[in-house]
Design a protein around this ligand. Structure first.
Ligand code: FAD
Length: 307
């Protein structure tokens, strides 16, 4: 992992830096590149625009590691409201939630119950509920909650991170559930004992995991989603899907709002099922710093906004 990436990921956890930068106009302008706005209506409008271009969306309210049960309950209620809007406007939108935003650190049982409530509401709205994957210390509780909710509700999926050394074993253990899996490279600052520090190892693991998921998708035994902007990787995944005779729509590519927008549209025109993850909300600081860490050259974009 590069020094710049490590520093930016460390900075993402600095409350002092957040307080210094959050309200600066140049920083807020830079953030707008990655989110259509802080409020839900802006996210819904972006989802409607994407839908017109044949691209689905995944909506997520920014926030993580809430400290009280009341905050977590407000997050659950907010997502229930989002699902009502999605249903009313007939948007091809799914949801993605972080379990620490639903109070995993505060009350695990209540977090589990709230996730179940959201999964049921998502199914009733014709939508789908994704569970983000956070730092490695949350992987066990996240997978445990996913398993129990998945046992009663098929319209729920979970994210797995290719950079974690444990992920091939986690995927193996999940495959019997015929799961929906969003495979990503991984966005957090993890020690080398836990996550591959070299990009080439992460990429190789990603491809191997993608292969296993596509093999299951060819038998309609998994819903693989490839959450990546790595176009070389997407090309190889598409070739592999063709070779394995995965049905059209048997896998999807998800990207983040504001990244590779032209390529998102080109893929959709080419018949690939594409969704864009749209983030919104006021708690964007740690999330935005992770976007800078993914591509430290993005820092120049912030500097350009400053000058
Ligand atoms: C839909 C979706 C959901 C995700 N959910 C999670 C999650 O739950 N947990 C988690 O840990 N991570 C999540 N991530 C983030 C992921 O782990 C990676 O950090 C992120 O996607 C960057 O990796 P990459 O696959 O795009 O490949 P990279 O090799 O990092 O990037 C490939 C190319 O894409 C472009 N690119 C990548 N990132 C950026 C950026 N920020 N700004 C501009 N260009 C960029 C660059 O041109 C880069 O060369 C998610 C990503 C996506 C797309």
């Amino acid at each position: 992992m590069s020094v710049a990436r490590r520093l930016l990921l460390r900075a993402s956890r600095s409350a002092w830096l957040a307080s210094q930068l959050r309200n600066r106009a140049f920083f807020r302008r830079a953030v707008r590149r990655f989110m259509p706005g802080e409020e839900l209506p802006a996210a819904l409008a972006a989802a409607a625009d994407l839908a017109a271009a044949g691209i689905g969306s995944v909506l997520t309210q920014l926030g993580e590691q809430v400290a009280t049960r009341q905050e977590a309950a407000r997050v659950r209620d907010h997502y229930l409201d989002v699902l009502a809007h999605v249903r009313e406007r007939r948007l091809p939108s799914e949801l993605s939630v972080k379990l620490t935003h639903l109070g995993l650190d505060v009350d695990r049982a209540a977090c589990h119950t709230d996730l179940q409530t959201l999964a049921r509401a998502a199914a009733d709205a014709g939508s789908f509920l994704w569970i983000d994957m956070e730092e490695s210390r949350y992987v066990d509780p996240t997978l445990e909650i996913f398993r129990t909710v998945r046992a009663v509700q098929p319209r729920v999926g979970v994210c797995l991170q290719a950079y974690l050394r444990r992920t091939p074993a986690d995927l193996d253990a999940l495959l019997a559930l015929e799961p929906a899996i969003r495979l990503v490279k991984g966005a957090y600052n993890e020690p080398a004992a836990v996550a591959y520090p070299l990009k080439r190892d992460v990429d190789a693991t990603y491809l191997a995991l993608a292969d296993r998921l596509l093999d299951r998708a060819a038998r309609a035994q998994a819903r693989p989603v490839f959450g990546t902007h790595d176009l070389g990787l997407v090309k190889r995944i598409r070739e592999r899907a063709t070779a394995l005779h995965v049905a059209p729509g048997g896998y999807e590519v998800h990207m983040l709002y504001g990244i590779r927008s032209a390529e998102q549209r080109a893929l959709a025109r080419d018949g690939v099922r594409v969704r864009v993850l749209i983030s919104y909300g006021t708690h964007w600081f740690p999330w935005y710093m992770r976007r800078l860490a993914e591509r430290p050259a993005n820092v120049w974009f912030v500097v350009r906004n400053l000058v």
